[in-house]
Design a protein around this ligand. Structure first.
Ligand SMILES: [Zn+2]
Length: 137
């Protein structure tokens, strides 16, 4: 005769182990990331302060586009216009941030799923079964 409770407990333990391993893997990737710049690297066109410049003509021919680092500091938008060499130098730091967000989202998803599994909540939701925890994401 099958022991449904025993089988369930065993399945949950291995799901927990798997979640813990995955979490450690993701944390190790975060540790290797290096500097992560907040905000975004974007291309911006600008107007200068000279009223006779072509950027104020009709239709305007704006300056740029220039690579710019835009971020929020204390709720205010801070914009730094970058040289091309600065943009190339710092682009990997924005890529790091993007990767960091992905990895954080992954840890959150793994943790949420582990808790759902541990509490048995996962089985009351639609489409979730014990076996689902073994499916690679
Ligand atoms: Zn101008």
């Amino acid at each position: 005769m099958v022991d449904p409770l025993g089988a369930l407990a065993k399945g949950m333990a291995s799901a927990q182990d798997q979640a813990a391993r995955r979490q450690r893997r993701v944390a190790a990737q975060i540790a290797k990331l290096g500097p992560c710049l907040p905000g975004n690297l974007v291309e911006r066109t600008t107007r200068c302060s000279s009223p006779t410049c072509h950027c104020h003509s009709d239709p305007p021919r704006l300056h740029g586009p220039y690579p710019s680092w835009i971020r929020k500091v204390d709720g205010k938008t801070v914009t730094r216009t970058l040289s091309l060499s600065q943009a190339e130098r710092y682009r990997p730091l924005f890529d790091n941030t993007k990767r960091l967000r992905e990895l954080v989202a992954e840890i959150e998803a793994v943790s949420a799923r582990a808790v759902e599994e541990a509490e048995g909540w996962a089985h009351t939701g639609p489409g979730m079964h014990v076996g689902d925890a073994k499916t690679p994401m």
